[in-house]
Design a protein around this ligand. Structure first.
Ligand code: SAM
Length: 264
C-alpha cells in the first residue's frame, strides 16, 4: 500500500475513518458493538503494560472506558499525526490516563520487552514488510506476552463493491474491496505462524442493514473513489436512495475477526 497516500491523504485527518466507523455504528445488525467485542478478547492480568499500534481515533478505549482495569498502563500510537490529534481529543477529560505517542510499526520507538501485550487492529494490510513488523512487535513484547491483531475477510462488504460496480456499469471497483488486501482472516494465520505461537482466530458475526443513502455515500467517498466519482455524487446518492426504496434496505455482508498470538 502506498505509504504517502496513507499518511498525506487517507489518514491525514480522522475524517475518512470517521465516515466508515459512523456507518458501522449506525447500521450494524449486531448491537453488541465491534469495539466492545474486541475488548472482550483481551485477556490480561490486572496490572499490565499495553501498546496499541495504529490506534486510529482511539475507539477501542473510548468505547470501553467503563471497564478498563485501573492497573493497565496504556500507550496508544499511530504513524499519522491527524489520528493522534483525534485520539487525544476523544480521550481528553475521560478521567483515565493514556500515553498517546507517535510510532510506526516498521520501527517501533520503544525498548525491548517493554509490553505485556501489543495490539494492532485493521492495519497490517497496509504494511509492506509484514515479517519486519512482526519482528518489531516481538522485540517490544515481553517473552510470553500477547499479540492481538484484527482484520477482515475477503468477502467483507462485498455487496458494496457490487453496488458501486452496478452504478458505474462495471467501470469502477470499490476501493476498499477486501479481496485486494494481503492480510486477511483467510491468510493471516500462515503469515503469523512463523513468528507467533498458539495463534487463535475468532470471527465477529455481523452485517449491515443500511436504510439511509447519505452515510453510505460518505463511506464510499472516504477513499480514492471520491476523486473519480465526485462529478457523479448526486447520481450516486439518487441511485443508492432508489435501491433502498426498492427493497427497504441495502444488506451488506461483513466479515471481521481477530488473531490472538499467546506465546513465543
Ligand atoms: C483502518 S485504520 C484502523 C484504526 C484502529 N486500529 C481501528 O481499528 O479503528 C488504520 C490505521 O493504521 C494507521 N497506520 C497505517 N500504517 C501504519 C504504520 N506503518 N504504523 C503505524 N500506524 C499505521 C493509520 O494511520 C490508521 O490510523
Amino acid at each position: 500500500m502506498d505509504q504517502n497516500y496513507l499518511l498525506n491523504d487517507q489518514y491525514k485527518t480522522a475524517a475518512n475513518l470517521t465516515a466508515r466507523v459512523d456507518l458501522h455504528k449506525r447500521f450494524s445488525v449486531n448491537r453488541d458493538g465491534w469495539f466492545r467485542w474486541v475488548f472482550d478478547q483481551i485477556n490480561l492480568p490486572p496490572r499490565a503494560r499495553i501498546l496499541e499500534i495504529a490506534c486510529g481515533r482511539g475507539d477501542l478505549w473510548r468505547e470501553n472506558l467503563d471497564r478498563i482495569p485501573a492497573g493497565w498502563d496504556i500507550t496508544l500510537t499511530d504513524f499519522a499525526e491527524g489520528m493522534l490529534a483525534e485520539t487525544k481529543s476523544n480521550l481528553a477529560n475521560t478521567g483515565r490516563e493514556f500515553k498517546i505517542e507517535h510510532a510506526d510499526i516498521r520501527s517501533i520507538p520503544y525498548d525491548d520487552a517493554e509490553f505485556d501485550a501489543v495490539i494492532a487492529n485493521h492495519m497490517l494490510y497496509y504494511v509492506p514488510d509484514k515479517p519486519g513488523a512482526f519482528r518489531e512487535v516481538l522485540r517490544v513484547r515481553k517473552p510470553g506476552g500477547k499479540f492481538y491483531t484484527t482484520t477482515v475477510g475477503s468477502r467483507h462488504m462485498e455487496q458494496l463493491n457490487e453496488l458501486v460496480q452496478r452504478f458505474c456499469d462495471g467501470a469502477l471497483a470499490f476501493d476498499f474491496d477486501s479481496r485486494g488486501l494481503d492480510f486477511l482472516l483467510e491468510n493471516g494465520l500462515a503469515q503469523l505462524e512463523p513468528f507467533f505461537k498458539a495463534i487463535r482466530m475468532r470471527r465477529y458475526e455481523d452485517a449491515l442493514k443500511v436504510t439511509q443513502a447519505e452515510p453510505l455515500v460518505k463511506y464510499i467517498f472516504s477513499g480514492r473513489l471520491k476523486e473519480l466519482l465526485k462529478a457523479r455524487e448526486q447520481g450516486l446518492r439518487a441511485f443508492i436512495a432508489g435501491e433502498i426504496e426498492a427493497s427497504g434496505a441495502i444488506h451488506i455482508f461483513k466479515d471481521s475477526g481477530i488473531f490472538i498470538g499467546s506465546k513465543g
